[in-house]
Design a protein. Structure first.
Length: 158
């Protein structure tokens, strides 16, 4: 428990200095699994027409039963119009060795951040929504602790 508190304290301290971040939030799965019916949704505001990078974040345990994860992301505007939708496959473990990718604050928990949209330009300021759905062969994806969204200003932004 103490290690978990230290991990969150370090993450908070590191994220406090991040000037490019517009939005970052994670949804925890209290039972340590991601059900296919659970579709975490994140709502964020964009104030200008600059360019942004959007990232998918996942925290998983080392006993996650697969080497990869398939997920679909849905980006919509405030009117509910779909702006982007894509099925994505990302590897969490090396296929040959089984070694986990990602960073760890605790010995058995790994955090991964995958780029979804780079230098993405929103046409108008406003409120946008990103929704994730896991697209694996099993309804219950064990070993997933949380998923999240990070939106940051692109280096190419005006």
């Amino acid at each position: 428990m103490r290690n978990l508190i230290m991990f969150y304290a370090c993450m908070l301290a590191l994220s406090a200095c991040d000037e490019t971040r517009l939005y970052e939030k994670n949804e925890d799965f209290k039972n340590r699994y991601w059900l296919a019916a659970d579709q975490p949704t994140f709502e964020f505001d964009v104030d200008d027409k600059g360019t942004y990078n959007l990232y998918f974040t996942i925290r998983n345990e080392s006993d996650y039963p697969n080497s990869n994860i398939y997920f679909t992301y849905h980006l919509t505007d405030s009117a509910g119009n779909t702006l982007e939708k894509k099925l994505t496959n990302q590897f969490l473990f090396d296929k040959k060795t089984g070694r986990p990718f990602g960073s760890t604050g605790l010995g058995y928990v790994y955090e991964h951040q995958f780029s979804m949209l780079e230098n993405y330009s929103f046409k108008n300021p406003g409120t946008y929504t990103m929704r994730f759905e896991q697209f694996m062969r099993t309804d219950t994806l064990r070993g997933v602790l949380s998923v999240g969204l990070r939106v940051e200003k692109s280096q190419n932004s005006n």
